[in-house]
Design a protein around this ligand. Structure first.
Ligand code: MTE
Length: 330
């Protein structure tokens, strides 16, 4: 149970996106008093997307699902402190606490994004130009990591499809590829070949155009913290968290399916699609449940809830995969 009733929010989906439904910033600040418990759980080396849940599972694995388990109901928000201190951003190290410790060296301004490939409008665009394409929206989304934990975060950002349409993709644009900054001066983790840098992700173009896909610029009413992917990251709520690429510097429209970092590294473990699917086990662990890090005083008490197909967004996105064998296209 969360510290306050006001921490429960409805998971908001378009078209109902009133900013007023997002819990105001003072509420997140008030939760600071709950910091300090159990935040230093031991971390496994290379436990990022390459390893199972990190052992913070004090909650019994069989614990009953919480009120927030069903799709679309009222769910508690993850505390700002947890969302910004328990991260995966391998460019700053592979431990969950590394991004918060080391990402201050990232310089999110000035920032520009190269748009290339199969589109009529290509080039290098200052971030400000991208932000002017369409109005920012508030979207509270669940995000589930393939490692077995999930968070509920109020994001601010631009609908990805609206941004992409601005560049007028040609009929040959079948996929969209995203690339993260790879600057060893700003990113100490690049010294280690944990990933074949730069970090890359991709979506099929109809997935990228789906109204739920967000190009996030902020969270909890503030600009994105560096550790969460400042100044621009993807949030694709029906896919495992690793598809949500951070600190994007390049967007390419491509005819061929683009390589993606985790798929390149471990193709048998991480497919291109990576839709949240409780029926498709990761080769080394089950994907049937998740530790919901939200509203609790400590991650140690996070409750285990059943994982939902497409992370609970099936009604909106299942049609994208009609006729596909999702065991094969995992
Ligand atoms: N983007 C980059 N560039 N580098 C990364 O290591 N990690 C991914 C994804 N985006 C990652 C990344 C993984 S594994 C997850 S679970 C999410 O970011 C975590 O986002 P969060 O730290 O904001 O919760």
């Amino acid at each position: 149970m969360g510290p306050a009733g006001d921490a429960r929010v409805k998971i908001i989906l378009p078209p109902e996106l009133p900013a007023s439904q997002i819990t105001p910033e003072p509420v997140y600040r008030a939760r600071r008093q709950l910091m300090g418990l159990g935040l230093a759980s031991p971390l496994l080396a290379l436990a990022g997307c390459a390893g199972a849940d990190d052992g913070g599972d004090a909650a019994a694995p069989g614990a009953p699902a919480g009120a927030g388990a069903a799709g679309g109901g009222a769910e508690e928000l993850t505390r700002f402190e947890d969302a910004t201190s328990y991260n995966n951003f391998y460019e700053f190290g592979t431990a969950k606490t590394d991004p918060a410790r080391y990402a201050s060296s990232l310089e999110p301004a000035p920032w520009s994004v190269v748009v290339g490939g199969e589109a009529e409008l290509t080039g290098t665009f200052p971030l400000e130009d991208l932000l002017a394409i369409t109005a920012a929206q508030d979207r509270t989304y669940r995000l589930r990591c393939v490692e077995g934990w999930s968070m509920v975060i109020p994001w601010q950002g631009l609908p990805l499809g609206e941004v992409l349409r601005h560049f007028k993709p040609t009929s040959r644009a079948k996929y969209v590829a995203f690339t993260t900054l790879a600057d060893p001066r700003q990113m100490p983790g690049l010294r280690y070949p944990s990933i074949n840098w730069p970090y890359r992700e991709g979506l099929r173009i109809d997935e990228a155009m789906h109204p739920l896909a967000l190009l996030a610029t902020g969270m909890y009413g503030k600009p994105l913290p560096n550790q969460n992917g400042a100044p621009l990251r993807l949030v694709v709520p029906w896919k495992y968290g690793f598809k949500s690429i951070k600190s994007i510097i390049r967007i390419d429209f491509t005819e061929a399916m683009p390589p993606t970092s985790w798929n390149q590294l471990q193709p048998e473990e991480y497919g291109f699609y990576s839709n949240v699917n409780p029926d498709v086990d990761h080769p080394r662990w089950s994907q049937r449940s998740e530790r919901r890090i939200a509203g609790t005083a400590s991650k140690l008490f996070a409750e285990r809830i059943p994982t939902l197909p497409f992370n609970g967004y099936g009604e909106q996105v299942a049609g994208l995969y009609a006729g596909m064998d999702l065991r094969k296209w995992f």
